[in-house]
Design a binder for this molecule. Structure first.
Ligand code: SF4
Ligand code: ZN
Length: 470
């Protein structure tokens, strides 16, 4: 690409899916080892910024030690007659894509959760300054969005400077999220779609409504609307709601139609407010996963930052593999944390009243959206680390989910059908039960007993897990 002749590495769509493993990285920015990191786009007046300028506040790439993790703030300032505040979030989401175009640069997640890695080989090729990344971003932004007349990019690596910017960024994200909180899906004529993640998950379409922010958490209804207005043929577009087919599950004929079209027939129906039946698809950038816990007939939520295993014995990454890729996976749903605040959050599955386990930091974040009488009834990793402890906790606290349990009959012996879970769901339950760590003695041979269960599945794989040597 001649547009990038002065950049020491290649730049192009082909590098988008590139993963950089720990042993191949020169260093990383953000990620789980770094508390304060962010990326932010701000609309500016023409006179406020200088087009093409790249500013680096703090140490540059060549000053950083190999193998280490560093803080980073990315501030993109854009100006133009048509550049308005409402566009900031969708422009911001493209930082992910554009950074991934750089050979040997990996970018994950969004907002306050970014994680970037530079490969050793790209560093050796001479990619030793953030100035290069700034130039790439500026050029890609301007070529993708002709409405951007001026763009200026600042990288902040100085920990002291990140501090104040980070605080400001969190306030800006919060203000964006808060803007839709008072609205209802019934109040609008149309929803919006986003297919930005189809490069990774070809059948995935985010259906963005006032009550259901995108699962990456970065694009809400206003953001998608603004993007669709300036670029209706782009990744964000209007979805006429059509007919309301099912109020409780959140099924709209227009959303179904859009899903069918954009997934090329793979997805035919979407229930926006349920994790069973026809759940919303999940790509890979969900902030958290809502997962069904058959042992207590409840729902757990685990966020990307959670270390170790969730209450069901599975790590976030393990569940993410099962959830993502653009498929509809019953009992696993990629979500934004903000969606948990929505009055329609998994409404058909009883919403927060069905939530039995959350990491403590997530609980903290959404505490004011949890009804007061429910707050001490939802367990965190501090209350329960496995389903036996969880069951005891829920019973002791009188969590509403306990009423779903048949009196004094072990829940595990009940079939999902008897518990009001679709029978088709029986399979995920089996795979989960077979996961190591959930059944004592797995590995030395174990038994699976099916009672009165209907299974619909294309295939069933039971595999012996190799012992991991650590
Ligand atoms: Fe778009 Fe959804 Fe991907 Fe976010 S997760 S970038 S809204 S498709
Ligand atoms: Zn995605």
């Amino acid at each position: 690409m001649s547009m990038f002749e002065d950049i020491p590495v290649d730049v192009g769509v082909v590098y988008e899916g590139e993963r950089i493993r720990g042993k191949d990285m020169q260093f990383e920015f953000g990620g789980p080892n770094i508390e304060k990191k962010f990326e932010l786009v701000q609309a500016r007046e023409m006179k406020e910024i200088q087009d093409g300028k790249v500013i680096i506040q703090g140490p540059d790439l060549k000053d950083l030690e190999e193998g280490k993790s560093y803080p980073l703030g990315i501030l993109v300032e854009a100006a133009g007659k048509q550049i308005e505040k409402d566009l900031e979030a969708v422009l911001e989401r493209r930082i992910h894509e554009f950074t991934n175009y750089v050979e040997g640069f990996m970018h994950l997640n969004q907002r306050y959760d970014i994680w970037l890695r530079l490969s050793k080989s790209s560093f050796k090729k001479g990619f030793n300054s953030l100035d290069f990344l700034g130039k790439v971003l500026a050029r890609l932004f301007k070529s993708e969005f002709p409405i951007i007349e001026k763009i200026q990019i600042t990288f902040i690596t100085d920990p002291a400077k990140i501090e104040s910017w980070h605080k400001k960024a969190l306030q800006i994200y919060e203000a964006r999220d808060a803007r839709v909180r008072g609205m209802k899906d019934e109040d609008v004529e149309e929803f919006y779609g986003c297919v930005l993640c189809q490069s990774f998950a070809p059948s995935h379409l985010c259906i963005i409504s006032p009550n259901r922010v995108s699962l990456c958490g970065a694009i809400n209804w206003f953001d998608a609307r603004a993007a669709a207005r300036v670029d209706p043929k782009g990744p964000n577009f209007m979805i006429p709601k059509g007919e309301l087919l099912d109020e409780i599950h959140g099924e709209y004929s227009g959303a179904n139609e859009a899903a069918k079209q954009k997934s090329l027939g793979e997805v035919e129906r979407v229930w926006m407010y349920s994790m069973f039946g026809h759940p919303h698809t999940s790509c890979g950038c969900f902030e958290a996963i809502a997962f069904y816990i058959p042992e207590v007939d409840g729902v757990g939520v685990v966020d990307r930052g959670f270390e170790g295993t969730a209450v069901n014995g599975l790590a976030f990454s393990t569940m993410a593999n099962q959830t993502g890729g653009g498929k509809q996976v019953e009992g696993f749903n990629g979500i934004a944390i903000e969606y948990m605040r929505s009055p329609k959050f998994l409404q058909a599955d009883e919403g927060l009243n069905r939530v039995v386990w959350l990491p403590s930091n997530v609980k903290e974040k959404i505490l004011d959206s949890i009804p007061e009488e429910l707050r001490d009834k939802i367990a965190t990793e501090k209350d329960a680390t496995n389903t036996t402890e969880l069951k005891a906790f829920l019973k002791e606290k009188g969590h509403p989910v306990v009423q779903r349990w048949p009196a004094e009959v072990a829940v595990a012996e009940k079939t999902p059908a008897e518990e009001g879970v679709p029978t088709e769901y029986a399979l995920p339950q089996v795979t989960m039960a077979a996961a190591p760590g959930l059944i004592p003695g797995v590995g030395e041979g174990f038994q699976l007993i099916f009672k009165n269960v209907k299974i619909k599945a294309e295939k069933l794989i039971i595999r012996r897990e190799e012992k991991k040597s650590k």
